[in-house]
Design a protein around this ligand. Sequence first.
Ligand SMILES: [Zn+2]
Ligand SMILES: [Zn+2]
Length: 136
Amino acid sequence: MPVPFEGGCRCGAVRYVCNSEPAMMAHCHCRDCQYSSGGPYATLVIVPEDSLEITGTVKDFSLTADSGKDVTRKFCPECGTPVFSKPEVLEGMMVIKAPSMDDPSWIEPAFHMFTDSDQPWTEVSGAIPSFGKGPG
Ligand SMILES: [Zn+2]
Ligand SMILES: [Zn+2]
């Protein structure tokens, strides 16, 4: 894995460097990830919060996710790109939205989660495991 890796929002106002390999990579199909990704699911790269160096200012929006726990969405206030989220359930970790990476091609999502929230038109490859709610 190319560590450190970099990314940011579409307009460049928010940038980050991550100095750690991802702890977990997965697709999340929860209703909230549908809203925040603009697609049928979001692809998430989970890293230790203290391995991230962030420049620029994100805007926060907090809500209760399908897990029943609070999550804070972090997006660029200029261009709207969803860059991070911070789920209460993952203490000490930060979630990077994979498409914000300069090169998202190398990540290897391990599973799909919250597929109970899928739309009838969502297509899921059977190549990796799927969980109706969280994994496990
Ligand atoms: Zn931006
Ligand atoms: Zn989700």
